[in-house]
Design a protein around this ligand. Structure first.
Ligand code: MV4
Length: 512
């Protein structure tokens, strides 16, 4: 029986975020009959969340510090407008224990884990220690920060090279150094300490065995307020560029039902060890021999949550709201297994062939992919200004099909429908990946994308076919026929390209 006092009913949610995730959350609210309110910064005043939410409140100028990170002002706003809960989305305030604590103190439900759980998973050495005690496999290595270089050398000798130095306080790759030989240790040790100090205000580092060419596989968990935690299966997230995920999929091409069960069990143990509730993700390194190691837990909803939604049929945002309201996880969450295959690509306003330079500006024309099995979680629309102030992710394109080859075909088809004019996007990188034999075979590791980008093997040929060539040809054929006969071409054209040429190309647009 539930022991915790039920939370207040959630009738209105304040969404403390922007872009596609604010839209994602307000959609869940509307489907549940819950009012949604968003905050917005000055450059976001015409953003999609403002257009779609029930209520919208200005929160400050462009810099996040003066807008989306104003924890106190956001909680006060929630109280003023009578919001029962705050959804933090991802990034911004989503993993700040102080913010969750402010919400709690103000009597506003934080749609996420407790501040204690966020804190427990926030420190690398702390969470490692907790996980070891709970019997969750972690990468072989130290329990404590290294006191000095001599201790580092001794410990590396024990572990065997290569080793990895990591910031005790941090995560996400800051203050991290790979060391291959004793000769490289001193400089790596100094560099890791100084980077850790600059990034986290704590320059202590610890050491792990370096895992060579692993995959990044993460497990989605969900916990209720009564101590029940379930696994919703894995996501394969190995395709990353400099720690930025580019493509994610579920299930992983290499995870068997048996491995899924063991990784799920480890993730549930990890979450349970810190009294976790709400949605969270346990990141693992999966080595080529099938061994896996807990890395860290992300105590928030993640960008790539839709692939899990598509293979489980569970609406994660609705589930977050329900458990935050005090609803126990029901039988629908017993032994959830993936069905079919989902792939997500992150569409960015950036030039993948020019050092991924951001490409801000106005989206002059936009045609989204549609049709069977295609989901588009976008934060922009035709006419939107993509500002330099925030992450340049425009949308997430997610496809579902019965199996991986069909999902990749569907992604290819969806990308062929996508047109964005006015800014550059990374679409051609996805096209290149869809022609890559390793990606098609599901052979990937965390370094694969960076290696392929460095070698230039993904770069498309200069004389690659222009997607609108058929349209241009149709327009040309139309003019030629018109000039031969002296009359406009017949409206009943044989080819759909010719029709398209008449309908769009001849009016001055390059595509329709
Ligand atoms: C590692 C590792 C290999 N061995 N630890 C990168 C970010 C941080 N979350 C942990 N990271 C890694 N830790 C050991 N002992 C390789 C990485 C790593 C990585 C991990 C997940 C996803 C992408 C990555 C890219 C480079 C390195």
């Amino acid at each position: 029986m539930p022991e915790t006092v039920p939370q207040r009913p959630i009738r209105k949610v304040l969404i403390a975020n922007r872009g596609e995730i604010a839209v994602r959350v307000l959609r869940a609210c509307r489907e549940m009959g819950i009012r949604s309110a968003v905050i917005y910064s000055e450059p976001d005043r015409l953003g999609l969340p403002v257009l779609l939410a029930d209520e919208a409140y200005p929160i400050g100028p462009a810099p996040s510090r003066e807008s989306y990170l104003r924890a106190g002002a956001i909680v006060e706003l929630a109280q003023q407008i009578g919001a029962d809960a705050i959804h933090p989305g991802y990034g911004f305030l989503s993993e700040r224990a102080e913010f969750a604590r402010l919400c709690r103190d103000a009597g506003v439900t934080f749609i996420g884990p407790s501040p204690e759980a966020i804190d427990a998973m926030g420190s690398k050495v702390e969470s490692r220690r907790l996980m070891m005690a709970a019997g969750v496999p972690v990468v072989p290595g130290g329990k404590d920060p290294l006191p000095d270089l001599d201790a580092a050398a001794a410990f590396a000798g024990q572990l065997g090279y290569p080793v990895m130095l990591k910031a005790s306080a941090g995560g996400g790759g800051k203050g991290m150094r790979r060391v291959d030989t004793p000769a490289g240790l001193a400089s790596a040790y100094r560099a890791a300490r100084s980077e850790a100090g600059a990034s986290f205000g704590d320059d202590s580092v610890y050491m792990e065995k370096y895992i060579v060419d692993p995959r990044h596989v993460e497990i989605q968990v969900l916990g209720d307020l009564y101590g029940r935690v379930v696994s919703l299966g894995e996501r394969e997230c190995s395709l990353q560029r400099r720690h930025q995920k580019v493509v994610e999929e579920a299930p992983s091409p290499v995870v068997t039902p048996e491995l899924r069960r063991r990784m799920g069990e480890a993730a549930v143990k990890a979450a349970s060890a810190v009294g976790y509730s709400n949605a969270g993700t346990c990141e693992f390194l999966l080595a080529s021999d099938g061994s896996f190691y807990f890395l860290e837990m992300n105590t928030r909803l993640q960008v790539e949550h839709p692939v899990t939604e598509l293979v489980t049929g569970i609406d994660l945002v609705q589930a977050q709201i329900r458990v935050a309201e005090g609803e126990p996880l029901g039988p629908a969450f017993d032994d959830v297994q993936p069905h079919g295959h989902a792939v997500e690509v992150r569409l960015y306003a950036e030039d993948p062939w020019n050092r991924f330079t951001p490409s801000p500006g106005r989206i002059e024309r936009l045609r989204w992919p549609e049709g069977p099995g295609v989901r588009n979680d976008a934060g922009v629309y035709e006419g939107s200004e993509v500002s330099i102030h925030y992450d340049p992710m425009l949308a997430k394109l997610i496809v579902w099909a019965a199996d991986r080859p069909r999902a990749l075909q569907k992604l290819d088809r969806a990308l062929s429908e996508l047109r964005v004019e006015g800014i550059r996007t990374n679409t051609s990188l996805f096209k290149a990946l869809l022609a890559d034999p390793d990606f098609l075979a599901g052979n990937m590791d965390i370094g694969m994308l960076d290696r392929k980008l460095a070698s230039g093997e993904l770069r498309p040929e200069a004389e690659e076919e222009h997607p609108d060539l058929p349209l241009l040809a149709a327009a040309l054929a139309h003019y030629e026929r018109a000039s031969r006969t002296g009359t406009p071409a017949s409206p009943a054209g044989r080819s759909r390209w010719a029709q398209a040429g008449r309908c769009g190309g001849l009016r001055g647009g390059s595509w329709s």
